[in-house]
Write a protein that binds this ligand. Structure first.
Ligand code: FES
Length: 234
């Protein structure tokens, strides 16, 4: 319990688990890609970065609120950081937005609009990967993955399955099933939680309805839910 100063305003907090929650509870909008209150904190996207009174920046989702903190959420420096982060993510992202199934509900697309990212100055040097259509419920497009890890944590922490994980490092880092198997070859139970938490078109609902209905009737395929409703808790 304590008080902090956010953008010049005194804000009280009680048991909020991080500074981001205090900021949002104060009615201040702050963009995020990798934070969900239902999942563990990952701190990957850095979009929630704020600045303290000494000019030090930190990810607000990963910082415990302390009494007397003074923070700024919308300085020039922070706006430029956020724009650059989105631009870099877009640079490493398949940008077929006009035909993407997630267009209109893609968080990255929405952020690019909101932050005024109109052009991308950097080349996409990431290796392109095949899409995985093997599952009756979801399609994985690794070329649209922004490595937020939401699908990995949702599968592990909500479903207790762990069908997805991180592989490789640096610019080669990817999310994939272990040993680069197809998703249908894993313990995936077709719940759709990964899709519900994915902010982009990297995981989408399978639109081949014949395949979906065939799978639902197949006793050998584990289906715990007929595509979970979109549980998107920011
Ligand atoms: Fe804080 Fe992504 S939301 S680092």
């Amino acid at each position: 319990m304590g008080t902090m100063t956010i953008d010049g305003r005194k804000v009280e907090f009680t048991d909020e688990k991080n500074v981001l929650t205090v900021i949002r509870n104060a009615g201040i909008d702050i963009p995020t890609l990798c934070y969900h209150s239902e999942l563990s904190t990952f701190g990957a996207c850095r979009l929630c970065t704020v600045e303290d009174d000494r000019g030090k920046t930190f990810a607000s989702c990963s910082e415990v609120p302390r009494d007397g903190m003074v923070i700024h959420t919308n300085t020039n420096k922070l706006r430029n950081y956020r724009k650059l982060i989105v631009e870099l993510l877009l640079a490493a992202h398949c940008r077929d937005c006009t035909t993407c199934i997630k267009s209109g509900e893609c968080v990255l697309q929405e952020l690019a609009h909101r932050l005024g990212v109109r052009t991308v100055r950097f080349q996409n040097t990431r290796e392109q990967h095949e899409l995985d259509f093997s599952s009756p419920s979801i399609v994985r497009d690794p070329n649209k993955c922004i490595l937020c890890g939401n699908c990995v944590r949702a599968c592990e922490e909500i479903q207790g399955i762990g069908a997805l994980g991180f592989a490789f490092r640096g610019t080669e880092a990817m999310v994939m099933p272990a040993f680069n198997k197809k998703i249908a070859e894993t313990q995936c139970v077709n719940c759709g939680q990964c899709r519900a938490f994915c902010p982009t078109g990297a995981i989408s609902i399978h639109t081949n309805t014949d395949k979906v209905f065939k799978a639902l009737a197949d006793p050998d395929i584990r289906v715990v839910a007929q595509i979970a409703p979109a549980v998107r808790v920011a």
